[in-house]
Structures are given as C-alpha cells and as structure tokens.
Ligand binder design. Sequence first.
Ligand SMILES: [Zn+2]
Length: 144
Amino acid sequence: MRYVAGCCKKCGAKIKIVLGTLTPGEAKKKLEGIQMFECPGHHVELSGPLGYWNIDFGTVHEDDAGQPTEEEWLAGKREQYKHVVGTGQLDSVVDKVVGFSMGLCVVMRDGHKEYINFADSPSGKRYYFVGLKGAVRIPITEGA
Ligand SMILES: [Zn+2]
C-alpha cells in the first residue's frame, strides 16, 4: 500500500496516512477538510489534524510487508468475535439487519438491537463481527 508518514507534534505518535488511490496532494486536501479528529496517540482535537501532524507529503512510501494474509486476518478476528461472517451469512447469526448508523451495522439479535462492526479483509471482502468475546452485552432498547 502507498502511504505518507509523519508524527504528531503534540504526543509524538507515528502517523501513517494510507493514500489508496489518492495523490499526496489530494490526501492533504482531505485532511484540511477535517474539523475534528482523534490522534492515534488518543487525544481528540476540535480542529484539523494538520495543525498537529507533521506529515511529509513529498515522500510516498510503498509497503506490502507486514500485511496479514486473508487467513491470518480472519483468524485474528475469530479470536475476538464469536461470529465472523461475510455479507451473505450475516442473516444466519442475527435476527434482522436494521440498517447502518454511525459507521456501524445495526442488527436485531436475540430480541435486542445491537451495533456491530464490520471491515474489509485484506482481499477486499466485507466481514461482519458479531458477539465480541469476553464482552458483556448491554441491551439497547428500541428508539434509544
Ligand atoms: Zn497526537
């Protein structure tokens, strides 16, 4: 993957901005449009990240090393969650998919509304994560 890198002037956290299909200039523009952010160093700022992050937009790095394989990625997720399913199998582990909210998938499971996370695997396939292991599930009442 292509990325530009730098560090945070406030906390020293290393910052890596994955470009995807963007040029460094386009990535910079996007960052300039951000009004609020959470630094990987865990402070939240009510301003754009470029006031905090020293990013070298002139140097594009190329890095495929350290990327987990599909199997490694899935194994890691299965350690964390009871169910790791593709889009087609989501119906088999939840009662109903309600929709999407705040970047999470909203489902009904065992009669309760639940927000579940999802992500794309290294090969680009979407997976949904249901039932965080070791977590206490707090039921969310309808309409809350
Ligand atoms: Zn920081």
